[in-house]
Design a protein around this ligand. Structure first.
Ligand SMILES: Nc1ncnc2c1ncn2[C@@H]1O[C@H](COP(=O)(O)OP(=O)(O)OP(=O)(O)O)[C@@H](O)[C@H]1O
Ligand SMILES: [Mg+2]
Length: 317
């Protein structure tokens, strides 16, 4: 049994202009100690898939269909009280913008301690000791001083580390990281990614890692799902996506990535020559977004590698 199973999830927004089908029939699972990457362009439904797991919803948003099962429990049926017990405890989240997630009026110590007091029943003193340990675990130098700081006194990279420390404070079984390093410069980004991989090894946490950056996903994920228009178009182990992308959308994503990121490599044609042809591939994206049925007809192309056949021209598989 997988630690987290998302089955046929449909999450919609009820707006004046009708239902916005942000997540439209998404299924995947995450095993213990594994990292699943979610990639896809802006608006493809990555964040809303993540938000659905803990039901961090706006008032006009809800799960219309499907199930989310965590450790054998159907948590998509949980009420607000039950959800509060697992948020930040069994399942925690790191967001893209640390400044919007850290509370500006409280010190770092108070914010990490609060989670520990709430979920682990620690005393203030115990929580303070543990907070310092967590800052040290995420390699924050001078943890004592940082504990007494307010968020605005920290750099972006430092705030992100504090967010990670806070997210890991209760030793969650799943960490959901939604573009956790996009706002950071590349050197800090590399450090944070390494740190997350180390923490995964040390804490055995499963990670759901969301990004539109294929370079980042290649360093982080064991398996990947590719989303487009609220649906999954391809799911595969990380190496298969890079070596053997099948869906026209995945191929386009790969081609764009290879062009921009390693264009200067002399051997780039040998890396994946057919990807460059993907841009000319005929695929009716508009029809797919509006009319595509997501959860049927999967075609298995290799071990754990699936392509949504009804979303593409069958001859291309
Ligand atoms: N508050 C909202 N009201 C209505 N529609 C929304 C709202 N928030 C998001 N959506 C829609 O839900 C869809 C999925 O959005 P989501 O935020 O999950 O995209 P994303 O893949 O995370 O994109 P990005 O890479 O830009 O973060 C989009 O079509 C978006 O327009
Ligand atoms: Mg997003």
């Amino acid at each position: 049994m997988s630690l987290l199973e998302v089955k046929n999830l449909h999450t919609y927004f009820d707006t004046k202009r009708g239902l916005v089908k942000a997540v439209n029939g998404v299924s995947f699972s995450v095993d213990e100690g594994r990292t699943l990457g979610i990639v896809g362009e802006s608006g493809s439904g990555k964040s809303q898939t993540a938000m659905s797991i803990l039901q961090l919803f706006e008032s006009n948003q809800k799960i219309y269909d499907g199930e989310i099962i965590f450790d054998g429990e159907v948590i998509s049926k949980y009420n607000e009280n039950q959800l509060r017990k697992i948020r930040g405890n069994d399942i925690s989240m790191i967001f893209q913008e640390p400044m919007t997630s850290l509370n500006p009026v409280f010190t770092v110590e108070k914010q990490i301690s609060e989670v520990l007091i709430l979920h682990q029943g620690m005393t203030k003193k115990e929580a303070s000791v543990k907070s310092k340990e967590m800052l040290e675990a995420v390699k924050i130098p001078n943890a004592e001083r940082v504990l007494k700081s307010y968020p605005h006194q920290l750099s972006g990279g430092m705030s992100q580390r504090v967010m990670i420390a806070m997210a890991l404070a209760c030793n969650p079984r799943i960490l959901i990281a939604d573009e956790p390093t996009t706002a950071l410069d590349v050197i800090i980004q590399a450090e944070i990614l390494k740190l997350m991989n180390d923490l995964k090894t040390n804490f055995k946490t499963s990670i759901l890692f969301i990004t539109h950056d294929l370079g980042v996903i290649s360093q982080m994920a064991d398996d990947v799902i590719v989303m487009y228009g609220g649906k999954i178009v391809e799911a595969a182990p990380i190496m298969s996506i890079f070596k053997d992308a099948r869906h026209p959308y995945t191929k386009r994503l790969m081609a764009a990535f290879l062009k921009t990121d390693i264009n200067s490599r002399k051997d780039h044609d040998q890396v994946a020559p057919d990807l460059y042809e993907a841009e000319n591939e005929v695929f009716d994206f508009k029809n797919f977004r509006e009319n595509g049925v997501a959860d049927s007809d999967w075609h298995q192309v290799a071990d754990n590698h699936f392509v949504a056949v009804n979303l593409l021209n069958k001859e291309n598989v």
